[in-house]
Ligand binder design. Structure first.
Ligand SMILES: Nc1nc2c(c(=O)[nH]1)N[C@H]1C(S)=C(S)[C@@H](COP(=O)(O)OP(=O)(O)OC[C@H]3O[C@@H](n4cnc5c(=O)[nH]c(N)nc54)[C@H](O)[C@@H]3O)O[C@H]1N2
Ligand SMILES: Nc1nc2c(c(=O)[nH]1)N[C@H]1C(S)=C(S)[C@@H](COP(=O)(O)OP(=O)(O)OC[C@H]3O[C@@H](n4cnc5c(=O)[nH]c(N)nc54)[C@H](O)[C@@H]3O)O[C@H]1N2
Ligand code: SF4
Ligand SMILES: [Mo]
Length: 705
């Protein structure tokens, strides 16, 4: 591998450098990027990485084409047409920065030093998982400005909060050691699409005789090999888990020694589990009572079990309690004591840093205040709101957020000064007053932390920025200068920030040096898992044990025991709504797309074909809908048109549309998020995309393209 003489030196014209896939995908692949004549020509998975094992998924392996995609934004733009029309003129960076800083200074003059900054709203999604360009660059800048802070909740926050109530931390299980499991449960997760390297650990387990159970209303790829496929009613997973606990305890299948040594509140749990005999669970989940009991027995007959719960499973109004409850299962059987066993749930908070100090909380000129990103629509156009400017980077809210009807009204406000920093002209960028061109991962250096196999990964700059593209850090530094901020942190470049992060004093990462990262590209952290804590004899909960009963939850007004809470929209909670909208609409990930990234990429869109609604044959027949027909999926929040795919892969009563697409891919330009609800989940302010009742009908004539 040819190396640059120093990290700060410009990239070499011919080299192979360490990169890291920036996507919000558990694998965080280590990549070898081949550069020839200053051009990125090929990427390959790093064979030395224990996760990547030399291969990348198809979403990323074609990345060189996308880096040089003719649709990449190459210079700043200023809006000339109506908001949303996508009509712009080219301007220089100087003009763009002057326009942005000028408007922001005016807002601060108009509304004062406290209210002014709070009329300016940042929005960032998970465009890059880099610590430099994803996390710190923007947060420092907006803290210095004194804007409202963004709480990034959309993806996995509810489940993480619930998991923590049981375990005290969220890094319980090493999924890359799950090859040792004798029973794997893919519980509301779709690894063949969303975390492909897990498949190799599943293979390892199966080659040694391990079994697989899939729990998902949708039959995922790979389910055909499973010993059991359980298709519960959406949002009823906690009832299923409690039914399993009922059988495990009634039949005396629990590990008494583990329960006595490592858990708190077993007697109370026993009483709770009595409330969930399999016959009752059948009524709540639609899973036959015998299957609930069989699943429980299979699970408890084996100490080495690995449950993988995906973030998709907890995007429900009861998602926090669902994870809180599922994480209790391995504490009954003692699975937590075995490496690679217990529950894995992707969680981005295992990186051991003092986020507040790195994010520059101390730079604030005013007291902190926060907003939940899922409520962007309310912030922009809700009653009593006074947001005057929106700055979007690393995100595409016009595709991925719910309550699109309301959000689009906010984005279309002529008096909202909107800036979008992007690689391509997304649906959100079309609403901007100023669009700034962003670099790709290959045009910047960064340090990433994997929330799958806890490790630090180095992304070296492979090529020079294309056109006039600038990274998030460069852009915030420019804006800081224009705003008159003199703080030293706004003079830092990528490598300064990387070095600052590596200086963090923490046992998990103290052994990792920049030299080591430059040599190998990645280095494992020493984060502890539940099996380590079993050896040490203490969990980071108030009782020091895994908590079946949680005083902390009781103090916060939650049920202190694992519980099944009804969804906000369901036949029981909203019977009238249910009569009008008797189908659960879930919107999980698509195989070839990565959230709404690459909506401009024809090849990708073609491989996914078009946005569909998968309907069970019984539900389709009831509505006279045939495979391939255009359907209208609707509720009181809004509607979208989707092509029907009639298949028994989805259970009756559920409609599934995979992937977040761009407006242009829908026949009437409206995406599925026009129907999704904007209420927060029960914990952590998480999202509830999948707690969504709808009706489906044949689309009115003349609607198809
Ligand atoms: N190919 C691809 N990979 C991705 C992404 C992508 O868009 N495409 N997105 C990335 C991101 S940001 C994330 S957060 C992860 C998400 O990773 P996953 O969690 O694997 O993704 P999803 O497909 O959203 O949801 C997983 C499954 O949950 C199921 N599900 C929905 N509701 C319920 C329920 O109530 N109970 C049960 N048991 N199952 C339910 C869905 O049918 C779906 O199969 O993937 C990452 N990787
Ligand atoms: N209905 C429904 N909606 C969902 C979900 C669902 O399951 N159902 N899943 C949700 C989930 S899990 C997530 S995580 C969110 C994802 O929400 P987002 O993160 O907002 O969505 P992405 O499509 O990943 O958009 C990221 C954007 O960042 C840009 N980008 C990439 N790198 C950079 C960079 O270095 N600088 C700048 N300035 N921009 C960059 C990309 O071009 C891309 O357009 O979507 C959510 N939306
Ligand atoms: S999207 Fe995920 S699996 Fe694919 S290359 Fe990136 S990190 Fe690896
Ligand atoms: Mo996500």
């Amino acid at each position: 591998m040819r190396k640059s003489p120093s990290p700060d030196a410009p990239p070499l014209l011919d080299a192979i450098v360490h990169s890291v896939c920036p996507h919000d995908c558990a694998d965080s692949c280590s990549v070898l990027s081949h550069v020839k004549g200053g051009r990125l020509v090929k990427v390959e998975g790093d064979p030395s990485s224990p996760v990547t094992q030399g291969y990348l998924c198809r979403k990323f392996s074609r990345i060189p084409e996308r880096v040089y995609d003719e649709n990449r934004l190459m210079h700043p733009l200023r809006r000339t047409g109506k908001k949303g029309s996508g009509e712009f003129e080219r301007i220089s960076w100087d003009q763009a920065v002057e326009a942005i800083a000028g408007r922001w200074k005016d807002i601060i003059t108009e509304d004062g030093p406290n209210g002014g900054p709070r009329a300016i709203l940042p929005f960032a999604g998970s465009g890059t998982e880099g610590l430099v360009h994803g996390d710190f660059a923007g947060k420092r800048f907006f803290n210095r400005m004194g804007t409202i802070q963004l709480a990034r909740t959309i993806c996995s926050r509810a489940g993480r909060t619930g998991y923590r109530y049981t375990m005290g931390f969220s890094n319980g299980c090493d999924p890359t050691a799950a090859g040792a499991a004798k029973l794997t449960v893919f519980w509301g997760v779709n690894p063949a699409s969303t975390n492909i390297h897990q498949q190799s650990f599943l293979k390892e387990s199966r080659q040694a005789g391990g079994r697989l159970v899939v729990v998902n209303p949708l039959r995922i790829t790979g389910a055909e090999a499973a010993e059991m496929v359980i298709q519960p009613r959406p949002g009823s997973d906690a009832a299923l888990a409690l039914g399993m606990m009922n059988v495990i305890i009634e039949e005396d299948l629990h590990d008494k020694e583990f329960v006595a040594r490592f858990t708190h509140g077993f007697e109370a749990l026993k009483e709770r589990a009595k409330e969930f005999p399999p016959s009752k669970v059948e009524a709540l989940t639609d899973i036959p009572a015998a299957d609930v009991a069989d699943f429980a027995r299979a699970y408890a007959s084996e100490p080495k079990t690995f449950i993988y719960v995906g973030p998709g499973c907890q995007r429900h109004s009861n998602g926090g309690m669902t994870l809180r409850t599922i994480t209790c299962l391995p504490a009954l059987t003692g699975a937590w004591r075995h490496r690679g066993c217990g529950v894995y749930y992707p969680t981005s908070t295992v990186f051991p840093v003092d986020w507040h100090s790195l994010e520059g909380d101390e730079l604030r000129p005013n007291p902190p205040a926060g907003y939940n990103m899922i409520h962007l629509a309310r912030m922009l156009s809700g009653p009593g709101m006074s947001i005057k400017s929106l700055y979007v980077y690393n995100g595409n809210p016009a595709s991925v957020l719910y309550d699109q009807g309301q959000l689009r009204k906010g984005l279309a406000r002529e008096d909202l000064f909107c800036v979008v920093h992007e690689r391509v002209m997304t649906d959100t960028a079309r609403y901007a007053d100023i669009v700034l061109p962003a670099t790709s991962q290959f045009e910047q250096a960064d340090l990433l932390f994997s929330y799958y196999k806890p490790s630090l990964l180095l992304n070296e700059q492979a090529i020079q920025p294309l056109g006039e593209c600038r990274s998030n850090l460069q852009t915030f530094n420019l804006l800081a200068e224009a705003m008159g901020f003199k703080d030293a942190c706004f003079k830092m470049d990528d490598w300064d920030v990387i070095r600052e992060i590596l200086e963090i004093d923490h046992a998990a990462i103290n052994h990792i040096t920049l030299d080591k990262l430059k040599e190998d590209g990645w280095a494992l952290s020493k984060s502890k898992t539940a099996s380590d804590l079993c050896r040490e004899g203490r969990f980071p909960t108030p009782s020091g044990k895994i908590e079946f009963y949680s005083e902390t939850m009781a103090a916060k007004g939650y049920d202190p025991l694992p519980a099944y809470t009804l969804l906000k929209e369901s036949p029981e909670t909203t019977p009238e709504l249910w009569r009008k909208y008797p189908l659960f609409f879930i919107t999980p990930s698509a195989h070839s797309l990565l959230n709404a990234n690459y909506g401009q990429d024809q090849g990708f869109v073609e491989s996914e074909k078009r946005p569909t609604a998968v309907l069970n044959p019984a539900d389709a027949a009831e509505r006279g809908i045939k495979d391939g027909q255009l359907t209208r999926v609707f509720n009181d929040r809004g509607a979208c048109l989707l092509w029907a795919r009639v298949a028994d892969t989805v259970r009756p009563g559920v409609v599934a549309s995979q992937g977040q697409w761009w407006d242009r891919h829908y026949p009437d330009g409206r995406n599925a998020n026009h129907t999704t609800p904007d209420f927060a989940a029960d914990m952590g302010g998480g999202s509830s995309f999948n707690s969504n009742l709808v009706q489906v009908e044949k689309a009115p004539e003349g609607k198809s393209r």
